[in-house]
Design a protein around this ligand. Structure first.
Ligand SMILES: C[S@@+](CC[C@H](N)C(=O)[O-])C[C@H]1O[C@@H](n2cnc3c(N)ncnc32)[C@H](O)[C@@H]1O
Length: 313
């Protein structure tokens, strides 16, 4: 339970795919899909995905028929995520009916099913990537799923806008918004204390001397968008809701839950003022609830589709 070697981030991202599939707000998605169909029906459009993980959003963009002709660049700061994406996407594409051509070490071309999409996979820190890219390489659409709440959204949005064409679209999804629900209760007072402490670790996170994260990114994004002259075309909730049915948890979602509980353990284990013995028992009980198919997990999140102001440079 407490052994870190049981937990692998790439498997967590894979287990998260079915959870995100259920959670992504379909009204926001459909708005994005209809605008892309209207504005990019003939020429290949360019898409940048930031913090793309192992490529599950790219897969979804084809599974849910978002892209017809596109050049898609997916970047992630973690080498093992990009390596996993390189390993999994060709097999996935072949299995669902695409012909797959490796056109460079980090680039694939998928054709078939009425579509032609090139995928470039790059290990890169977004902020360095943005500094390297000049205004000649701007994108039609920029996507970030479960990313914005890990960084300083107020600093990240203007940098992202500089990479977007005028009138380009931003699709920012699965942005955490301040509520974690774990049922059944163990000890209501302690449960609430842990939730609060856990959210505070998101608010206090500092990476390379900069604030990185906000447990209320979802609600705060409305103001951040307004301050940056960005029009929010659509928004709606995308809460994760994970529970066991008659046949247990779906797909690899028990792993997903164990990973979430472990993440809470790692985030809080050195918190001053926390009774570590009581906390370890609490963590163990949460893992047992998963084993018994009892744990219900809900995380409140919001999705956004935005348009860059045409006059912004
Ligand atoms: C919660 S994961 C989500 C991954 C993927 N979007 C998904 O939903 O499966 C956040 C991802 O952002 C990446 N990331 C965090 N900071 C980054 C940065 N500054 N530049 C690029 N990627 C970053 C992490 O490596 C991680 O893969």
């Amino acid at each position: 339970m407490f052994d870190e070697s049981n937990y692998q981030f790439t498997r967590y991202l894979s287990s998260k795919k079915s959870v995100d599939d259920r959670s992504l707000n379909r009204v926001v998605w459909e708005k994005l899909r209809s605008l892309i169909a209207l504005e990019h029906s003939s020429n290949p459009m360019t898409v940048l995905e930031i913090g793309a993980g192992i490529g599950t959003m790219f897969e979804r963009a084809l599974e849910w028929e978002l892209l017809v002709k596109a050049n898609y660049t997916a970047i992630d700061a973690m080498k093992e995520n990009i390596e996993e994406a390189k390993a999994r996407v060709p097999g996935w594409a072949y299995n669902v009916g695409y012909s797959v051509e490796q056109i460079a070490d980090n680039e694939l071309k998928l054709s078939g099913l009425g579509r032609e999409v090139k995928l470039k996979l790059d290990e890169a820190d977004f902020f360095e990537f943005a500094r390297r890219n000049d205004v000649t390489s701007r994108w039609d659409v920029i996507i970030a799923n479960a990313f914005l709440d890990l960084v300083d959204a107020g600093r990240t949005l203007p940098i992202t806008l500089d990479l977007l064409k005028p009138k380009g679209l931003l699709y920012f999804t699965i942005n955490f918004d301040g509520s974690t629900v774990l049922e059944p209760e163990i000890d209501p007072e302690f449960d609430a204390f842990i939730e609060d402490l856990y959210h505070r670790t998101m608010d206090d996170r500092v990476i390379d001397g900069a604030i990185s994260g906000d447990s209320r990114t979802g609600r705060h994004f409305f103001k951040i968008a307004r301050e940056n002259g960005v029009e929010i075309l659509e928004s709606g909730s995308s809460d994760w809701t994970v529970f066991a049915g008659k046949a247990g948890y779906r797909e690899d979602e028990a792993y997903f839950l164990h990973f979430i509980i472990h993440t809470m353990y790692m985030a809080l284990k050195n918190s001053p003022g926390l009774d570590i013995h009581k906390f370890k028992n609490w963590i163990e009980e949460r893992h047992s609830q998963i084993e018994n198919g009892k744990l219900v997990y809900i995380a409140h999140q919001l999705d956004f589709l935005c348009r860059k102001e045409p006059l912004r440079k």
